[in-house]
Design a protein around this ligand. Sequence first.
Ligand code: ADP
Ligand code: MG
Length: 667
Amino acid sequence: MAATLVSETPALPLTIRLPARATALRRISEGCGLLLILLAVTVIAGWALDLDALKTVLPHRVSMKANTAFGFLTCGLALLGVIQQTRQSLMWARVLAAFALSLGVLTIAEFTFSVQLHIDELLFSDPVQIINPGRPSMITSIAFTLASLSLLLLSGSRHDRRLSLAPTLLLTGVSFASMIGYIYGVPVLYGSFSNVNSMALHTGVGFLILALGLVLANAESTIVSVLCAPETGGWLARRFLPAVLVLPVLLGFLYLRPAVNFGQLRFGMALFAVTLVAGGALVLVFVAKFLNTTQRNAEALNLRAEEAARVIELSERELRMVTDHLPTLLSYMDLDGHLLRVNRTYEEWLGRPSDQIVGRSIRELLGEAYWTATRPAREHARRGVTTSVETPYPTVNGDRRAVVTYAPDLGPEGEVRGLACMVVDVEDRRRAEAALLQSEKLAAVGRLSASIAHEINNPVDAVMNLIYLAREQSSDEDLRHLLALADKELKRVANITSQTLRFHKQGAQPEPVLATDLFDSVLALHEGRIRNAAVAIDRRDRATVSVECFEGEIRQVISNLVANAVDATLPGGRLLLRSRNAFDLATRRHGIRLTIADTGSGMNPATLARVFEAFFTTKGIGGTGLGLWVTTEILTRHHSRLQIRTSTASAHHGTVFSLFLPQETVA
Ligand code: ADP
Ligand code: MG
């Protein structure tokens, strides 16, 4: 079934942790920029005030050149600009980086082409350095070129930022190497050749700080995203990367000390190798164990999730079993009336598959009239109040009266998220109520006619007695003849009244009746109508056994069948009444079979299919549509069966109702 409710749980903890980490890295990057500016300003102050302590930071060391300090200042500021990420700050970052770049490139040019561009002592003269006074070292210039290139790219487009990682990593390598050179005492690493000036120690530190700032400033780079990642990889990187960077350097430094290696470098190397192997192996085992546990947990979680899914599916199926087999429409819709989920009864009522129902609006599916009639109830429900409305519900087989109930689906904050809807068919109940009303009316009319018949009976008796006396006392032949006629007509009146009274006599117990009596009494009541309709009666009574029944009720059944037959027959037609002893094969019981047939219009299949429905009539206001409906009810109580054969063919049109009454009523 296409209907599914999707619930999405946002991964809250991750989305909160991610920016927090990114902000922390950004802060560190900013700190690098500020530290760099502080270093640069200190050295520049040293040059301005000619304080060697500030120029060299560490005593008896190479000084940081003024140009280098300016380079750091511009790079530090540019880094802050890049981190700020506003249009203006990025523009400034580009200008400053371009300045640092030109400084680096020009100094390299001076070295390479052995020219003097007079930029080395532009601000301060350098009394200490004899060759090329005031000029930063070659390696420093290369580092600046890399740093400023990286800054330029970082302040550019997304694509440029991605490219900036290469110069940044190169710079990291160069500055790291120079640091190692200082720590391990390998001058080549910090650019010191026989006659070339080298990178100062604090210059190296400055570049290392700058490199760190640059790496962390590139928020989209792989390095930063790995460090920020909430997954286990990020966790590992955050813990091990600093150790991987610092520990080997530290150990190497330690093992170079004669106090540790007993004066033997080889021993130091061996110690170094052992430590690295042991440490590396330990870390590897730890990481492997960690990964294994993680995977095992994930698998266990998966299993549990599958189990949970199975349970949900089962309960979903059980729920479907219940809802799909209810003769009620159940659905869930959004606030605009789009059906999101429906039970199977919808398919039956609307006569289309559920995938043509789900996702569509009830306005589109059920039409404007229904939409408008149910709107107030929906509005109430949208305000949080469960509301019902009775309205015609359009189904494939025409409108049915239904009670539609909308209930709000309340969220945790009390907000209405959707509407649950239940539609109950009350068509039959309404019909039954109407039928009850109608039958009450008919019963009242019946009682009235019974009392009228009763009232007429006494005067008719009296008049008949009087006529008898008059006939006895008169000697005039003509008068006696007239009195005889009057007596005959009065006998008919007496017959009708007595039959009417019998019609309403309802015994508490079924009593034996003869078919002849039944026909007689019904015909007595309908005689006038039959004569007026010019319908000929063709009667043949062959039943000899009596049947036990509630006489009044069976008379009512036969009376309606006779009335219907007369209604359907044109003048000149025939009404056939038959009775015979019979044996019902289906129930294996003895009884009688009554046949009431006519040569009337007959019924078409559509009419035939609905004759037993309450209120179904083709006679307009002339009919109630209750006769056959009541008939089925009475016959069921008598364990009796009614069969119909009908034809509208012009050659032999007419209808045959055939009724079997068992000899003994079991009820
Ligand atoms: P009513 O007589 O008030 O219409 P009934 O329940 O007695 O209600 O009959 C229902 C309908 O069945 C009639 O309106 C008529 O269309 C059809 N019907 C019943 N008997 C006959 C018949 N003998 N010939 C033709 N149609 C009939
Ligand atoms: Mg009728």
